[in-house]
Design a protein around this ligand. Structure first.
Ligand SMILES: *[C@@H]1O[C@H](CO)[C@@H](O)[C@H](O)[C@H]1NC(C)=O
Ligand SMILES: *[C@@H]1O[C@H](CO)[C@@H](O)[C@H](O)[C@H]1NC(C)=O
Ligand SMILES: *[C@@H]1O[C@H](CO)[C@@H](O)[C@H](O)[C@H]1NC(C)=O
Ligand SMILES: *[C@@H]1O[C@H](CO)[C@@H](O)[C@H](O)[C@H]1NC(C)=O
Ligand SMILES: *[C@@H]1O[C@H](CO)[C@@H](O)[C@H](O)[C@H]1NC(C)=O
Ligand SMILES: *[C@@H]1O[C@H](CO)[C@@H](O)[C@H](O)[C@H]1NC(C)=O
Ligand SMILES: *[C@@H]1O[C@H](CO)[C@@H](O)[C@H](O)[C@H]1NC(C)=O
Ligand SMILES: *[C@@H]1O[C@H](CO)[C@@H](O)[C@H](O)[C@H]1NC(C)=O
Length: 449
């Protein structure tokens, strides 16, 4: 609220905010993970008569954005007329026109191949280390050991005996939709490999890196998540804003929804009548139409501590979330005393400010958020120690500043709708300003879509 009062006195702040909004929206930049990227590294490990053998490794350095099923696909354009003779641990989606070849036929002759991962359980002779995860990459902060994927390919130029290597161009990364932009391939210092017995170090003959970054604006996704708020001191549950992720009846944009009061057998038939591999959500009908709702409830107030209950509910009948995660920004995370049944990691990209938490499920207990239905939710309680000079229930201080589910920003209720403490003053002018602000943001968003 303070914030809006401030605005009243200085309209230039509003302009400034708007400006930064423009800036950040075009710059593909996530303030909570400013260095987040996926690096694609090509290590040439052998020369062949007409080319080379390379191991391609993808590292997901994003702190909390993972690549869920159905997984990544990586494309590029060859600089010359290269072909892929063979692949291990991955495959191209199309072979292309190999009619020029006699005898041994290449794996792929396309000028712009697209590679996808193999699935676990392929024969051992088709595997290499870190391959064959169905294209699923965990995030760096949550599970670094599984934030890597790799495949091997042998590249040649039929009829050529020259070994000149030209870097591939125009890399694209889809997961499966858009959102990532990849820079050019850059030659870097050759990777050093340490043998398993640690007695010898070998190195790649040549290495190049490609860096891909994510932008929510490029992804052009409608929001997938929203936030509801409540507290012990006020009976009102502030729900997710209406139409956060779509509006009921606006089916062209959002897909249809399922009425939860329908009988179980009707529900089952609606859900199964949609194709299995379709990843567009089929949500329960709600006013917000979001596949995911996060509920932040201020549960208890002690003298030196306070307690919050967080519940994540899945409204999507078509999606189980394995390895889900939540990023929550709140100033009291610098003094989180206890957390029940979720894992916690602090994320502090700016070093000194410790106000952002990565929360995720406990393995084999609640790391799997089930599709919509009676068990489609996970919950936790957080116990914070108060800093008595800053702690307050006023002005919505105790509510989160920002929440992401699986890296996607969740729509928050407008600040003037937050549950009030009993006996706080009128908020008329605030709502007017909030309205102006909201419409400006809407205009900006519109201009970008
Ligand atoms: C990619 O991410 C890593 C890890 O956060 C970081 O060290 C590196 O600087 C990033 N690269 C680019 C080009 O941003
Ligand atoms: C190239 O990528 C690897 C990870 O795949 C990273 O460790 C290395 O630092 C990168 N090199 C440069 C120069 O960015
Ligand atoms: C790569 O993309 C740029 C811009 O889209 C285009 O001008 C260029 O021709 C492409 N290069 C190849 C080899 O496709
Ligand atoms: C989600 O998991 C449950 C239990 O493993 C399974 O029965 C269901 O078919 C899965 N749903 C989807 C959409 O994959
Ligand atoms: C942030 O604060 C929490 C206590 O809430 C502490 O456990 C964690 O180590 C802190 N992180 C950093 C980087 O200071
Ligand atoms: C948490 O707050 C208490 C009381 O304000 C303080 O003594 C303690 O050092 C704080 N802990 C951290 C990790 O900041
Ligand atoms: C409480 O917050 C104030 C203001 O941010 C800070 O100066 C003080 O160090 C904090 N106290 C503790 C114990 O963390
Ligand atoms: C609870 O908060 C709502 C705003 O969300 C407000 O309209 C209502 O008057 C508050 N109730 C009490 C008892 O203060």
């Amino acid at each position: 609220m303070m914030f809006f009062h401030f605005l009243k006195h200085c309209p230039c702040i509003l302009l400034f905010l708007l400006f930064t909004f423009f800036y950040t929206s075009t710059e593909a930049y996530d303030p909570l993970d400013p260095d987040g990227n996926i690096t694609v590294k090509w290590d040439i490990i052998n020369w062949t008569p007409d080319g080379y053998v390379a191991v391609v490794t993808m590292n997901n350095f994003q702190l909390y954005r993972h690549i869920p099923a159905p997984g990544w696909s990586l494309g590029w354009t060859w600089a010359k007329k290269e072909v892929i003779w063979a692949m291990v641990g991955g495959q191209t989606t199309e072979q292309g026109d190999c009619s020029k070849f006699k005898g041994v036929i290449p794996h792929c002759c396309k000028g712009n191949p697209t590679v996808v991962d193999l699935f676990p359980g392929v024969p051992y002779n088709q595997q290499i280390a870190n391959c064959c995860k169905g294209g699923v990459l965990t995030s760096w902060a949550q599970d670094p050991a599984n934030a890597v994927s790799a495949f091997q390919l042998s590249v040649g130029r039929a009829g050529s005996s020259k070994k000149t290597v030209r870097l591939p161009q125009n890399f694209t990364l889809n997961t499966p939709g858009p959102g990532y932009t990849c820079g050019p391939a850059k030659l870097v210092k050759p990777t050093r490999f340490i043998t398993p017995d640690k007695k010898r170090v070998t190195q790649a003959l040549m290495t190049w890196n490609v860096t891909c970054t994510y932008s929510q604006f490029l992804a052009q996704k409608t929001p997938t998540c929203c936030v509801a708020l409540s507290s012990f001191y006020n009976d009102t549950i502030v729900p997710c804003p209406t139409c956060s992720c779509g509006c009921q009846g606006n089916s062209a944009q959002t897909g249809s929804c399922v009425d939860p009061s329908a009988s179980a057998s009707h529900l089952a038939s609606v859900v199964s009548s949609h194709e299995k591999n379709n990843i567009t959500p089929l949500v329960r009908c709600t006013s917000h139409m979001c596949p995911i709702r996060v509920h932040w409830h201020i549960k208890l107030n002690y003298k030196l501590y306070w307690r919050v209950k967080v519940t994540i509910t899945n409204f999507n009948y078509r999606m189980n979330h394995s390895n889900w995660n939540l990023v929550v920004q709140h100033p009291n995370f610098d003094n989180l005393t206890q957390i029940f049944s979720f894992n916690y990691k602090s994320i502090n990209p700016y070093g000194s400010i410790n106000d952002t938490a990565l929360l995720y499920g406990v393995k084999f207990y609640n790391d799997f958020l089930m599709q919509a239905g009676p068990i489609g939710n996970v919950q936790s309680e957080l116990l914070f120690q108060k800093n008595l000079t800053t702690f307050t229930f006023e002005k919505g201080w105790a509510f989160p500043r920002r929440i992401y589910f699986n890296g996607d920003n969740c729509v928050m209720p407008p600040p003037d709708a937050y549950p009030w403490l009993p006996n706080t003053g009128s908020k008329q002018e605030v709502s007017l300003l909030a309205l102006i602000m909201a419409s400006l943001v809407a205009i900006v968003l519109h201009a970008h879509s």
